[in-house]
Design a protein around this ligand. Structure first.
Ligand code: SAH
Length: 235
């Protein structure tokens, strides 16, 4: 795959100018020259094969030659809701959910969650999504939702009919689905009884992810993989 660059503007066959951090990366790190081929994407589901025309201090001028639409998305909606893990583990979670093809990530506030990111931090998450998409070839960006209260979130009306809640010790084991699905993971301290009861009342099905207790980010990734049916469930 040619090097991929994200550009936050509409793209079509024709001229385009790359500026800012991405232009800097192209010229100073990759030392692009006129005639080089790159791939541009903006999250619209397509990727754009482009040729470098000229490079100067103000930016990189390119000519988009062709639009391609490779199938790299999951094919159904997959929403993952989980509290934000501490420190670097948050970046890890956002990157890996992006690589796996998750549609949207919802940071959760629960009774026992401890990290409650503000706007600026969520913007940083969007940067992690872009970086991961450059690397993995996704042309649709995973959406990052504003932080949601579990009590409000688990009662939302416009949610997929299939709703999984990862619960240590649950009996039900998830298998392949291939349809719209939302999966929720609790904080390191677990959901409190009241939160679990409210979810059950609103059609959430408790699922097991195996006999060991997983950290939030591991649980979220395993649940996402199971929801896509990439692995056969084992407990
Ligand atoms: N002390 C907590 C553990 C929380 S682990 C407890 O006993 O509940 C953090 C979250 O990851 C849990 O709330 C759950 O949603 C998920 N999780 C971790 N391991 C799991 C497993 N084996 N099966 C299902 N969910 C799991």
């Amino acid at each position: 795959m040619a090097d991929r660059f994200y550009i936050n503007c509409p793209l079509a066959v024709g001229p385009v100018v790359l500026q800012g951090a991405e232009a800097h990366h192209l010229t100073h790190v990759l030392r692009a020259r006129a005639g080089d081929q790159v791939i541009l994407f903006n999250g619209d589901g397509h990727e754009y094969l482009a040729e470098v025309i000229s490079v100067d201090r103000r930016g990189v001028e390119l000519q988009v030659r062709k639009r391609n639409s490779p199938a790299r998305e999951v094919g159904h909606q997959l929403i993952v809701a989980a509290p934000v893990p501490k420190g670097d583990r948050a970046q890890f979670l956002v990157e890996k959910l992006t690589e796996l093809g998750v549609t949207r990530y919802v940071p959760l506030r629960t009774r026992r969650s401890v990290v409650h990111p503000h706007e600026a931090k969520l913007e940083r998450f969007e940067r992690y999504v872009i970086e991961a998409s450059k690397q993995c070839g996704r042309n649709v960006l995973m959406a990052i939702e504003p932080i949601a209260d579990w009590e409000e979130f688990c009662q939302r009306g416009n949610m997929p009919a299939e709703r999984w809640l990862a619960e240590v010790g649950a009996k039900s084991v998830p298998g392949a689905r291939g349809r719209d699905l939302v999966v929720a993971v609790g904080p390191e301290g677990g959901f409190v009884e009241e939160e679990l009861q409210l979810a059950a009342l609103h059609g959430w099905k408790s699922i097991s992810l195996g006999p060991r207790i997983l950290r939030v980010e591991t649980a979220a990734l395993v649940a996402a993989v199971r929801a896509m049916g990439y692995l056969t469930a084992v407990t």
